[in-house]
Design a protein around this ligand. Sequence first.
Ligand code: SAM
Length: 224
Amino acid sequence: MSKLYLVPTPIGNLRDITYRAVEVLGSVGLILAEDTRQAGKLLSHYNIRTPLQSHHMFNEHKNVEAICSRIESGTTVALVSDAGTPGISDPGFLLVRSCIEKGIPVETLPGPTALIPALVNSGLPCDRFCFEGFLPPKKGRTKKLTALEEETRTMVFYESPYRLIRTLDEMAEHFGADRKASVSRELSKIYEENIRGTLAFLSEHYKNKPPKGEIVIVVAGKKE
Ligand code: SAM
């Protein structure tokens, strides 16, 4: 029976892909990719010739019905994002929900995602945590940070290097300058860096050394 696969792809190091992910990408009838050029590079690295179709936040609403019909008529489809696990701060949710509503089987392969290595590497409790993705850049930002002031679980955020310092400073205002945190940059890549300390220390560090690359911030929860 045909189905939808969600296939995680490397977040930096091309070798971080499972044997099964390569097998599935090579055996499905169609791969939906956030950026077909980016996916094309990964596929050619693994010598995979499956047809590609673009599926991103600007066309996913429009395309979901047609993709479901295609799966229902017998094509097994795989969804990949630019990096990491589809659906995690990336397109995926809408398609998964539609497939489930229509009784189409959905299978997500375990694999790369930036939040888990950043969390585990932070040295902060990882038995319970909440993933907040990107904070809203403008509207709703203060409301979100205020709501998180009482959060007791470790919190994980995605952030761009251009907003890192502002975010650390605002977190210090809401959670306290002494709150422990960790910034993971360029995970799995040549210049991977994990810096741990208080929010005040981390802000100072990056004011002296402006950050580049992809970033995950992990912040300790409020002491119970
Ligand atoms: N789907 C991806 C996942 O499973 O992690 C996340 C996609 S989201 C659009 C991209 C964000 O993830 C980046 O801005 C950064 O916050 C984080 N990220 C992705 N790759 C990373 C890496 N190698 N190192 C640190 N953060 C990374």
